[in-house]
Design a protein around this ligand. Sequence first.
Ligand code: ZN
Length: 319
Amino acid sequence: MKLYSGEWQTTIDRDLVLSGTGVHSGKSVSIILHPAEPDAGWTFVVSNGKGRTVRIPADFRMVSNATLCTVLSDGKGAIVATVEHLLAALRGLNIDNIEIEIDGNEVPIMDGSAAAFVDAIDEAGICMLDEPRRWIKILKPVRIESGGSSAELRPHHSSRFDVTIDFETPLIGRQRLDIDLTPSVFRKEISRARTFGFMKDVKALWAAGRALGSSLENTVALGEDRILNPEGLRYKNEFVRHKTLDAVGDLALAGAPILGSYHSVRGGHRINTMILSALYENRSAWTIVEAESRYSPSTGHADTGYAMAQPFFAAVDRG
Ligand SMILES: [Zn+2]
């Protein structure tokens, strides 16, 4: 059994425990990642606050808020917040099936990037399963615009992310990143980029009792004219890399990897999840395919073509 191919579904080899701080509550929180069966997808297991545990699938239709971070809810009071960096790591490393048990209501922020999740998954090991991976193949462009932001999915032969950000402050300015998402690109180019925020906004959030766990340990903080973290940036364009990380995590809520290119200009969690609703509503704009069962030892993954999957992927087409 090989560790990774683009063709077969995967899970992790063993349970994994991670502890950290919830960026919004400021409380310590632990998560346990459990291996899951083929076609199980990703499920959060959280408390509903009334002594019961609730299962919330990682699905864009469960998004209840996407203002500061991406929040999923069962619609009956159980929530799980800040899911995007963990989901980015799962999608980035091609982990298809996993159960995420949390003893709180948010995924720990760790260092503000996906690095800790990637390291933990690498340490546990990735296990290949006996079912082929299924993809959402984009057949026609789908575009949305909202308040100076835009997002578009277009047909493409790989999973591509083309992200542009544009901030007035010269500390960020206009930055663009255009990548083909593979596990090695995710590890090297995306996973270590940290979340960022403006000090004046953080102070307002603190005053409102929010973002209580955010600190220079997990956020790149921008002052009036300088970056406040003593260690500086991890990459010159760490900001657009992090926005790409967020886009990978938010689009992971589609329920399967996307075979297509995603173009985002001045985007964020809200528009990243809106494009999935727009795609889902436009039934002729996508189909479900699976990699043909031909493993290519030379490239390490099946890039020889995709066949129509039968039957349709239940997690995506159950609406
Ligand atoms: Zn983020």
